[in-house]
Write a protein that binds this ligand. Sequence first.
Ligand code: AMP
Ligand code: MG
Length: 265
Amino acid sequence: MPQPLLVPPGDACLLKDFDPGYHENLEREAAEAETRKHCEKLDELAYRLFAEAKRAVVIVLQGIDTSGKDGTIRMLAGGISPQCLDVASFKAPSDLELSHDFLWRVHAKVPAHGRIGIFNRSHYEDVVVVRVRKLVDKEVWQDRYAQINAFEKLLHEGRLTFVKCFLHISREEQRKRLEDRLKDPKKQWKLGPADLDDRELWDDFTAAYEDAITKCNTPEAPWHIVPANKKWYRNLVVARIARATLERLDPHFPPFDPTLLSRLS
Ligand code: AMP
Ligand code: MG
């Protein structure tokens, strides 16, 4: 992947340094064929992770509205057997969730050993939308970066691997996608006036994401900036990252016991 996808930990993330339209000059068909190969391999690796049952992976998907979180999940879920997969979507918190600390509902959805979790939004909403929409005081969200780093370190030490992906689209691309949805009776339901208000706050969301990526970009849980203007290239990049992560973990089947067969009556 020639365009760097990672921000070196400690460096400030400036999203304008990452081209959301980047696609390696690949053609769609070639990219889709490569994605299918990664998905086949992912299925095998996920099955080994499931059999081993000692470690877990969570793929965190963040991005502005219409950045392609649902489509990315469709791609990953098409590749991995459902018995190995847990998908969790984080919406505006309920009264019960709000009566706990902000990580409570997230911790409850962390995948068990052996499983791959996909987070459609995550605890990062608590330093992004919550900050932009001024849902809590600045002193509260400012402390959350350190709390998130401590939380992710705890989970990492509990043998969970984080794969954090920011799906990066341009403002023009978002306009096209919103227009598409607004015109289509099968898609308009996904949108409400709040989504159009959020678009007005594009610069504030960008600043909040840049801060979150900069402050919560640790060696144990780094951020990947995924060029996402082209849906097929976004899928390819996420499939590559997921496969590389599982290959690094190299999960093993439990030891084979040759004596068991002789006990078969
Ligand atoms: P969607 O992903 O389109 O179904 O929308 C979910 C909505 O929930 C988005 O507008 C998010 O910004 C919002 N949301 C998710 N988590 C939080 C949170 N912790 N606090 C406030 N809003 C949130
Ligand atoms: Mg929305």
